[in-house]
Write a protein that binds this ligand. Sequence first.
Ligand SMILES: [Mn+2]
Length: 593
Amino acid sequence: MDEFGTISQLRKLLKKQILAGYIQPVHDEYMSEYPPACNRRVEWLTGFTGSAGTVVILLERAAIFVDGRYILQVENEVDPEIYERHNSGSLAPDAWIAAYANAGERIGYDPKIYTQSAITRMQKILETKGVTLVPVLNLVDAIWEHRPSAPSSSVFVHELGYSGETSLSKRLRLAEHLQALGADVALITTPDALCWLLNIRGRDVENTPLVLATVILDSSGAVQLFIKPLRLNADVVAHLGAAVDVCDSGMLEQKLAQIGKVGKRVFFDPNTVPVWFTQALNKACARLIEGQDICLLPKAMKNTVELEGICSAHIRDGMAVTKLLHWLDNEIYMHEVTELDVSDKLLLYRAQHPMFVEPSFPTIAGSGPNGAIVHYRATRQSNRVLQKGELFLLDSGGQYVDGTTDVTRTIAIGNASREHRDRFTRVLKGHIALATALFPVGTSGSQLDVLARQYLWQAGLDYDHGTGHGVGCFLGVHEGPQRISKRGGDAVLQPGMILSNEPGYYKTGAYGIRIENLVAVTRQAHGQGGKDWLGFETVTCAPIDIKLVDVSLLTQTEKDWLNAYHAWVVDSLSDGLDTHERQWLKTRCAQIK
Ligand SMILES: [Mn+2]
C-alpha cells in the first residue's frame, strides 16, 4: 500500500469517529528509547526512523515535528507531498493544530502512549482555540496490516552477584517509602524501573536488556507483575518468589478497577505513567498521589557490587576499544577502511568476551564531516572511507551482564592540523576540569556543566548538546534523574551515580570532536569543618589520542592527570592484550612533558 493509501485510510477512521485529527508520537507505551518493531508506528506511517518526534494527521493536512537533531534526517526520509516537516523547536505540534483546527473540534490521542503531563500541556494550548483532546484506541494500529507481533523474549534473572541487593530488600525499602508517602500501592510502568526492582532482564528491545511489562507494588512489598506468564521459566518463577503475583497482561484493567473500588491510594509519576492508567483509576474512584517514580533515585545510586561490576565491564570494554584502535592504526596504512568496517570490527572485539550481550546503542563512527553530525549513524549510502588528514569520531558502548558502557574517542587519521589540535585540546581541558571537579553535597550536574565548556567559551566556541547523561547498570545507556547540562531541573548528584563526561566540538561540513568517559560520583576527603564533599572517579579505560594534544595549552596539573590516566590504562589493560597490542598501547600512552 502506498503512503497516500495509508493516510486516506486513517482519515476515513477520523471521519467515522468524528475527529478532526489524530496525534502520534515516536515513543511507545513504555517510553522506550528503542521501541520494538511493533511499536515503531511513526516509522511505519511516514518512514521517519529518528528516536523522537510527533506526527499529526488532520483531515486536510498532515505534518511531522522533529527536534534540531533530526531536521536533515526527516527531510531525507519523509515525503513532503504528504507531510509538512517542521522543527518542533520553532513550531510545536499543539501550536500547529491550534492554527488549523476550529472551535469545537476533537483531536484523538492514544492514552496508553501519552502521559498525563504531556496531555495537560497540549490541552492548555488547544483550549485557547476551543479544541479538545480525546482518548481513542490507537488509529495507526487499527490500519496497520501485518504489524509485527509484540516482543516476547525469555525473561532471565539478574543475579545477586551483579545486582548487589535482593529484590525483596529493594521492595521493602520502597514499601517503607510508600508508607511514608501515605500510599497503598505504586504504579511502575517504566521497564527499566521494574527490571531493576525485580532483578530481572530480557531482550524485548535492542540495545537495552528490558522486559516490557507493568508492575503494581504494594506498600507491604508484595508485587503484581503483568506479563505473559509463559515468558517466565521455572528459575525466574523461583527467583521472584511467592510475594510476586504473576498476572496475565490482559488482567491489568480489571486489577486497576479493583484497586479503585476498595479506595486504595495510588502513587504514580505523571511524567512517566501513561494517562490510560490514571483514567482507569479515576473511573474506579481510586485516590491518586503524584510524585517522582519511586525507583528512579535508588536505581541511579549504584551499590558497591554494581560499581565493582561496572568497573570490570569498563576494563573489558576498554580492551575491545584498544584492540580496535590498534587494528585501525595498522589497517589504515594497508587497506581502505570505512566507517562501517570500523563498527563491524569493534563489535567483533567486544563479542569476544562471554559477558558481552549487545551494543548499548547503535555505534556512531563518523569520519571527517560525518563526525560533525552529533547523532550520526553510518549507512551504506553515507559510509565514508577514513582519510588521512581527517579526524575520526567513534562513539560506542556495550551491554555486559555486570555493566553498561558508553565511550567516545576521536583520533587523527595521519597527521592532525593545527586547528584540529587546538580544538581537541580545549575539549580535553574541559573534560579534565569536570573529571577532577570537587563539589559540596547538594550540587547538581547543571552547576558543573560550565567547567567542561570554559576553554571552548574562551575561544568563542561551544557545543550544542549536554555534557553528561546518567547511565544504568546493565540497563539503559541513558537514565535519569542525574545529568550534566545547561538546562536546569536536574537531580542533586549522589554517591554511586554514573554519568558520562562528554564535551565536544563540531565544525559543520568538516569534523567532529568528542572525548567521553563514564564517571562515578564518589565521596572525597576535602574541605574543612567536616563538610561532605563529592567528586568523580573515571571508570572508562581507553587511550586518548595524544597526537591531537597541543601540550603547550595544558597546565602541569592537566598533564599530570593525562599521564596518570594513561599509566592506569596501560596497567589495567596490558594483561588482556597480545604483544603487539601491548607495545602499541605503551607508545600511545607515552607520558607527555
Ligand atoms: Mn554518551
